[in-house]
Design a protein around this ligand. Structure first.
Ligand code: SOE
Length: 393
């Protein structure tokens, strides 16, 4: 009996930096991964003001068939099966809930929402609608990170004692850098915390376990910045300043320590003021039998120290995580051994897994439920920073 192959018709809502990353992923996934459906890049939808520039560019450059500036029309279009939300954080909840109610599968950029209250409503909506849902925590799908997960699950690290992570950027270290949406609480929820701590919290939960309690501090170095020139063309995280000043309402840096359920002790730092660090994630995980080190700037490698070897063989070993044939995850779909992959591939991996999940009708990690757990950790750290106390998650 031959079952007819499905076509998933996809709409992308949002056209910024993540719009570009996800457009590329939707286009590349069918070329490189064995997918259980064909993909139709049905519609790209921009927010107000993007109608004349970004949406047409999304069609011309990124391969979408249609453009729209009304997300409600897109969400209610019966032709569309999947909604991918990459618009700024303050609209994630509204769009994702409407999409779930309309019976669409939903992929949503991190952080899931502005706060845990919104996150709960999103989880309730996707559960009620029984649709496939996923948060795009793309770094979970770096082959070296999946390899780290395997080593930990297989017991190669023994009992985990420490999870240390730092996400360091410097793109707003210049006080003249304008007040973009990522620096406005109403739109972003928080600053470095929700934007990049969200990633290393997610990796802690994925690799080690759930946070039980946290103690943190958040700080804003530059409290006033020039208002952004909204008319100016921008690429990636760039923006142009006007002469008017406005108030920064989010953190520039957020740090915390925490206890993880299985007894591990965590220490996390997120900053956009680490001058010279463009987009670096460093992780070190120490266990009773060994340690792991990962650096996003060298993301095809995982360092493993095996403490069970005879003492004369001790030392950090470099695992180049590029072995095809199912030895290392995802990479066999790309290039021969040693032919390294990069940032954009992590989105392709996430989208490929999400597509197959949609066909199977079963969500894959990280689900909205994971997004909510992350949000609860973020919120506990915020509360701890405000009250200067330990806070239970
Ligand atoms: C900006 O800080 C940003 O684009 C984040 O929003 C992304 O999640 C991260 O992958 C890169 O940096």
């Amino acid at each position: 009996m031959s079952s007819k192959r499905r076509t998933l018709r996809v709409a992308l809502i949002g056209c910024g930096f993540m719009g570009k990353a996800h457009s590329n992923a939707w286009r590349q996934a069918p070329h490189f991964f064995p997918l259980n459906a064909d993909i139709d890049l049905h519609t790209i939808c921009g927010c107000r003001g993007e109608a004349t520039t970004v949406v047409p560019a999304g069609i011309a450059k990124w391969g979408w068939r249609n453009g729209s500036t009304h997300w409600r029309d897109v969400v209610h279009n019966p032709e569309i099966d999947v909604i991918d939300v990459v618009a700024p954080n303050h609209v994630h909840a509204e769009i994702a809930i409407a999409a779930a109610k309309a019976g669409k599968h939903v992929l949503c950029e991190k952080p899931l929402a502005l706060n845990a209250k919104q996150g709960k409503a999103m989880v309730a909506a996707v559960k009620k609608a029984k649709i496939v849902n996923m948060v795009c925590q793309n770094y979970r799908r770096i082959p070296a990170i999946v390899m780290a997960k395997k080593l930990i699950t297989d017991g190669d690290l023994g009992t985990i004692y420490h999870y240390r992570a730092r996400y360091a950027q410097d793109w707003i270290a210049d006080p003249e850098f304008p007040l973009v949406w990522r620096l406005r609480k109403q739109v972003s929820g928080s600053g470095a915390h929700g934007d990049i701590n969200a990633h290393i919290i997610d990796l802690a939960r994925y690799l080690v376990g759930e946070f039980k309690e946290v103690c943190g501090m958040m700080h804003t170095f530059i409290k006033q910045r020039p208002i952004e020139d909204k008319e100016a063309r921008k690429e990636g995280l760039s923006a142009r300043a006007t002469r008017k000043m406005g108030t920064v309402t989010v953190d520039d840096t957020a740090l915390f320590i925490g206890r993880i359920g299985n007894g591990a002790i965590a220490s996390l730092e997120a900053t956009r003021f680490a001058v010279g660090r463009k987009n670096q994630i460093t992780l070190e995980i120490n266990g009773s039998k060994g340690s792991l080190v990962f650096d996003l700037e060298d993301m095809n490698r995982l360092q493993f120290y095996d403490n069970t070897l005879p003492a004369d063989r001790h030392g950090f070993r470099d695992i180049l995580v590029t072995q095809p044939g199912g030895i290392h995850p995802y990479v066999g779909n790309w290039w021969p051994p040693g032919h390294i992959i990069g940032y954009e591939h992590t989105f392709v991996h996430a989208v490929a897994d999400f597509i197959n999940a949609c066909v199977a009708g079963k969500s894959v990690q990280p689900t909205f439920e994971d997004g909510l757990r992350n949000q609860e950790v973020l919120e506990a750290v915020e509360r701890s920073s405000r009250t200067r106390r330990w806070v239970k998650v």
